[in-house]
Design a protein around this ligand. Sequence first.
Ligand code: HAM
Length: 429
Amino acid sequence: MSISIPQLPKGTRDFYPEAERIQNYIFDTWRSTAESFAYEEYEGPMFEHLELYTGKSGEEIVSQLYNFKDKGDREIALRPEMTPTLARLVIQKARELKKPFKWFSMPRLFRYEKAQKGRLREFFQLNMDIIGTESIYAEADLMAAIATMLRKFGLKDGEFAIGVSSRKLLATYLEEIGAPNPALVYPVLDRRLKIGPEAFAKALADAGLSEDQVKKLDDFMSCKSIDEVKAKVHSENATAALQEIEDLFATLTAAGYGECVNLDLSIVRGLAYYTGIVFEVFDKGKSMRAIAGGGRYDSLTEKLGGERIPGVGFGMGDVVLADLLAEHKLLPSPKQSVDFYIASFTNDMKKVFETAQAFRSASTGKPFSVAHPLAAMKMGKQLDQANYQGAKIVVYVDGSKAGASEFEYKDMRTGEMFVGNMDAIVERL
Ligand code: HAM
């Protein structure tokens, strides 16, 4: 009987060290940018009670849940997104938490997606959220952080764009044209560009809209400037919603991010809980899936049974981001690199271990990375290993030219040989 080799589950990834190095580069850049904007990190469990998602997150995400009954007969779901967990954390400590506050997290998420480019069944997502303020400057802060982060990854303005829309504005427009139940209409609007004009018109007709209303909506969602929208809306609420977007853009422009944002009323977002500004980040030309998406959710805590606490935030996945950075050749080399390789002509392993330990603790900052042979071997083989591990300097513990407390050493970047003490070697690095 032949035994089949275990297979990687569809839509998941293995991270061999080379892939993990790239992954850590993404995580480090996410974390350092979030911290530079003074967001604090939090975490939650990887699974939650199923009901945290059903009815609140929106149809699409609920249909993609990985859920099961645990041994205590509880309905459980692996988390498909972080926002409901965050809302739960906020509700639990609603009184104690000093608002507003800014938090970030980098959860591993699970969605039973159809396998396609940019979408996996297990992925990571940076979440940044601001809780406890309705101010539009919270949106400004989040968008400034996104632009800063993408620039830090090496993307130029113009290579990405944050498209901004407003559910408040859409809702007032739906009201103005007398469209029925927005809750039924949003999921259709969200699919507008994906399904094409005919299917779009049909789905809206099914939701109860007349031909004239469909045309008006289509025109409205194609508006490219605030002035164009101004000419179409009249109510006080719509004017207020537009004013908010104008303030947001003016603030971002003043801070040097004007080129990174644009009005895009075709953005609706699939999730059910958004109430105000919604936004998505795309590569230039929108050739890939969204890099990030988010928006304002002022009544999610209330929907989950808590008091009403406003929130706004976004999620940025690692998959599309890495694809985009790879396309622009912006990912770092995945090769290993160590500071020192400690070698011995006589295979004096005691001396090798002792010297390696001394070099590890010689740094006043981040500890040096130090490699060495793990078995007796010829010098040629040791140098091969040093090369393979990307050692910058090879230190010989028993070179004949070295005096007391000195070493012979080789700078692998230039091929030059030297003799010197530890301070000189560290200096050379
Ligand atoms: P979302 O639009 O569902 O929003 O996801 C945000 C981002 O996560 C997407 O733009 C994409 O980069 C990434 N993403 C989503 N699904 C997948 C997948 N199957 N594979 C790879 N990447 C994926 C949310 O999740 C909201 N909870 C974000 C949020 C935070 N809103 C407010 N705060």
